[in-house]
Design a binder for this molecule. Structure first.
Ligand code: ADP
Length: 539
C-alpha cells in the first residue's frame, strides 16, 4: 500500500477565523445589537475576543465534548461563540427562539447543555423555562455589564466575563470528526431532531459554499446574513465569509425593510441571504419608499421555494441576481444552488433566467443527489420524472443526535422527504414535500407550483396551497391568500389570474383570505392550515 505522503492536519473550525485574522486582519465585522449602538471591529479583533470568550467558557467549567446553548440573534457575540465553543472542543447548540417554549426546553435538555448564553430580549423566555432546564448551571446574558439584567436566573454579563480573560489561548487540536454544532430541525412533525455537525463537515461545507458556482464570494464582498445563525448556522455564511475575506454585517433581530435598507446602503452590502418572507417584506418596502438596494448584487434565497416573481423583480427592477438554494438542516444546509452554466447560457439570457428561476439549483461538488421511485429504483434525469430526493456526502447527516440507528439507508443515502425532478443540466426542482403532496383522484398536484403562480397575482403577499379531504376526489387543493397591506382582492380576481395559467384540474376548490401562519423557520405552516381547513370541502 502506498500511502499519500502529504500532511494530515485535522480540519478545524477555529482555523477559519485564525486564517481571516491573519490574511484579512482588518476586514470589518459590523453588528447591530439589542439596545446597543452598532458594533464595529475587524477579524483580528474578533480573533482576540474569541480567545477571551473561550478562556471564559473554560473558566465556567466547559470541557471538551460539553454542550453549550446559545439563544441569540445574528450578532458579533454570537459569531464569537461560533468559534470559541468548537474551538475548545465543545459543541454549540444553537437554540431556535422561534420554537414554542416546550420545544426550546426539549432541545436544551436533550442537548444536556451546561451553559446558556442569551440575548437581552430573551430574558423573559429564559425566566419562563429555567425551572424546566435540567442541566443548565450557568446563565450568561450577551450584553455589557451596564445593560445586563440578572433576572430570576442570576445571569452574568458576557462582556464582564470575557474582559477578565487573556486574549491568547493555546487552541487544542480537536479530532475533525468530533461534534461542533448541534442544530435541531424545527419539529413540525414530532419532537425536534438533533443534527450534530462535525468540524470536518462544517469546514468542507464552508469551502464549497463560497465557490463561484455557489455563493461566489470574493474579498470585495460585503455579506449580510439574514438567515439566522440559529438555523443551520445561517447556511454556513459565518464560515464562508471569513474564508473569503468578506466584510460581515450582522443584522441582529431587525429584519424589517427600513432596518435592512439602512445596513445595505450604509455598509455597502453586496450579498445577502434569507428565506423568501424576508425578501417579500424588503421588496415591498423598496417599492413603497421608492428606494433602490444600494450596491446589492446577489441575494441567496432558500428554505422555501423562491417565487419566480420575486427573482424577476430583483433582476429586472433592481439588477440584483437571485441565487436560489435548496438545503436542509440535515445537509449543513447546502444542497444545490441555482447559478448559470455555459450550456444554459447557449439558449440565451431569457431561457437561462427561466431555467434558473424555476429550479432550486444545480449539483454542487460534495453532495450527491438522486431521485427514486416508490420501489427505490433510480429515475431518469429528464426534468420530467419526479421521485423521492436522496442525498449523500461529507456534510450530509449519518445519524440524529442520541439515536441508535442511522438516518440513512445501508448505502449511505439520506431520504430528504422532498419530491423532485432533475434535468439533463443537473438542475433539481422540488415539486413538493412528501407530506404536502396533494393527491387528487390519483394524480399529484404540486402545491409549490400552484403557490408560485398564485403569489405572482398582483396584490398577493403570501399564497399557501394545501390539500384537504374531498368526498369525490380524495383530496383537493385550497388556496389561502394573505394580501399586501392595503390591497383588496376577491376570489374572482384570483381565479381570473389563475385560469389561463394552470391546467383545469389544478384549480383550487376554494380561495380563502386571511393571515398565513409561518413555522419557526419562516415557512408556511401547512400542518396548521390542513387542520384549520380540514372540513372546508366536506363539512
Ligand atoms: P425545517 O426544520 O423547517 O424543516 P430545514 O431547513 O431543515 O428546516 O428544512 C428543509 C426543507 O425545506 C427541505 O427539505 C425542503 O422541503 C424545504 N426547502 C429548502 N429550500 C427550499 C427551496 N429552495 N425550495 C423549496 N423547498 C425548500
Amino acid at each position: 500500500m502506498t500511502a499519500g505522503l502529504m500532511q494530515t492536519p485535522p480540519l478545524q473550525i477555529i482555523d477559519i477565523l485564525k486564517f481571516a485574522a491573519s490574511a484579512h486582519a482588518n476586514r470589518e465585522v459590523v453588528s447591530r445589537l439589542v439596545d446597543e449602538p452598532i458594533w464595529r471591529y475587524d477579524y483580528a479583533a474578533a480573533m482576540r475576543r474569541t480567545a477571551q470568550a473561550a478562556n471564559a467558557l473554560k473558566r465556567l467549567g466547559v470541557k471538551h465534548g460539553d454542550r453549550v446553548t446559545s439563544l441569540a440573534w445574528n450578532t458579533h457575540r454570537h459569531f464569537e461563540l461560533f468559534y470559541a465553543v468548537p474551538g475548545i472542543g465543545a459543541v454549540l447548540h444553537t437554540a431556535n427562539p422561534r420554537l414554542f417554549d416546550e420545544q426550546i426546553v426539549y432541545t436544551i435538555n436533550h442537548a444536556e447543555s451546561a451553559v446558556l448564553l442569551f440575548d437581552r430580549n430573551f430574558l423573559p423566555v429564559v425566566e419562563r423555562i429555567a425551572s424546566q432546564l435540567t442541566t443548565v448551571k450557568t446563565y450568561v446574558m450577551l450584553s455589557d455589564e451596564a445593560r445586563t439584567m440578572p433576572g430570576a436566573v442570576n445571569a452574568q454579563s458576557y462582556e464582564t466575563l470575557i474582559a477578565k480573560e487573556s486574549d491568547q489561548i493555546a487552541w487544542p487540536q480537536v479530532d475533525e470528526n468530533r461534534g461542533a454544532f448541534l442544530c435541531y430541525t424545527s419539529g413540525t412533525t414530532g419532537d425536534p431532531k438533533g443534527v450534530l455537525y462535525s468540524h470536518r463537515a462544517v469546514v468542507l461545507h464552508a469551502m464549497a459554499s463560497g465557490l463561484a458556482g455557489a455563493f461566489g464570494f470574493d474579498a470585495f464582498d460585503v455579506v449580510l446574513p439574514c438567515s439566522s445563525l440559529y438555523h443551520a448556522t445561517a447556511w454556513g455564511i459565518p464560515f464562508a465569509a471569513p474564508i473569503n475575506g468578506c466584510k460581515l454585517v450582522m443584522p441582529c433581530d431587525k429584519m424589517d425593510g427600513a432596518s435592512l435598507q439602512e445596513l445595505i446602503v450604509n455598509e455597502g452590502v453586496t450579498f445577502s441571504g434569507g428565506v423568501p418572507t424576508i425578501w417579500t417584506m424588503y421588496l415591498a418596502w423598496l417599492e413603497k419608499n421608492g428606494q433602490t438596494p444600494g450596491k446589492l448584487q446577489r441575494v441567496v434565497i432558500g428554505g422555501s421555494a423562491v417565487p419566480r416573481a420575486m427573482a424577476e423583480t430583483f433582476k429586472k427592477k433592481y439588477g440584483v441576481r437571485v441565487l436560489q438554494i435548496w438545503g436542509m438542516t440535515e445537509t449543513c444546509p447546502l444542497g444545490v444552488v441555482a447559478t448559470p452554466t455555459p450550456s444554459l447560457a447557449q439558449a440565451g439570457e431569457e431561457a437561462m433566467d427561466e431555467a434558473i428561476w424555476t429550479r432550486q439549483g444545480r449539483l454542487q461538488f460534495g453532495i450527491d443527489l438522486k431521485i427514486v421511485d416508490e420501489d427505490g429504483n433510480d429515475l431518469p434525469w429528464d426534468g420530467e420524472a419526479s421521485g423521492a430526493l436522496l442525498v449523500r456526502g461529507p456534510w450530509t447527516i449519518q445519524r440524529y443526535f442520541r439515536k441508535d440507528e442511522d438516518a440513512t439507508g445501508a448505502d449511505g443515502w439520506f431520504d430528504t422527504g422532498d419530491i423532485a425532478t432533475i434535468d439533463t443540466h443537473g438542475f433539481m426542482r422540488i415539486t413538493d414535500r412528501k407530506k404536502d403532496v396533494i393527491k387528487s383522484g390519483g394524480e399529484w398536484i404540486s402545491s409549490i407550483d400552484l403557490e408560485n403562480i398564485a403569489v405572482a397575482c398582483p396584490g398577493v403577499k403570501i399564497a399557501a396551497v394545501v390539500g384537504v379531504p374531498h368526498p369525490k376526489w380524495e383530496e383537493r387543493p385550497i388556496l389561502v391568500i394573505e394580501t399586501h397591506d392595503g390591497e383588496t382582492l376577491n376570489a374572482d380576481d384570483v381565479y381570473a389570474y389563475l385560469d389561463p395559467r394552470i391546467v383545469k384540474w389544478w384549480k383550487p376548490d376554494q380561495i380563502i383570505f386571511g393571515p398565513v401562519p409561518l413555522t419557526a423557520t419562516g415557512k408556511i405552516d401547512k400542518k396548521v392550515l390542513r387542520s384549520r381547513y380540514a372540513t372546508a370541502l366536506t363539512g
